[in-house]
Write a protein that binds this ligand. Structure first.
Ligand SMILES: [Zn+2]
Length: 102
């Protein structure tokens, strides 16, 4: 859905994620410690969403798509074949998935 963004080197996931006391935080230019998130994958989602919003990419989306994106949670998503979930997993292939999918 927002396929152009994650391939950019500026994304720098490894440099931006930090783990503290069992929780994950994301360093961004705008917010020094975004989060906390329960898992690395959720932190990746938080970073992804932050970048999409800050770069203005969301404005180019249909309102319904934008709403889905903002409300999406990789930990709770139950949509089969969800594009956003697979994009996020591609960004963080080594993350252990703590999804509640049945
Ligand atoms: Zn999903």
């Amino acid at each position: 859905m927002f396929g152009a963004i994650p391939t950019r080197p500026l994304f720098e996931i490894e440099k931006r994620l930090l783990s503290r006391e069992g929780q994950w935080l994301v360093r961004t230019r705008e917010i020094p410690e975004l989060g906390p998130y329960r898992s690395r994958l959720e932190a990746v989602e938080g970073l992804y969403r932050h970048v999409v919003i800050c770069t203005g990419s969301l404005r180019k989306q249909e309102p319904e798509q934008a709403r889905k994106f903002v409300e999406h949670s990789i930990a709770e998503c139950k949509e089969p074949g969800c594009q956003l979930c697979s994009d996020l997993l591609a960004l963080a292939p080594d993350s252990r998935v703590v999804q509640l999918k049945a």
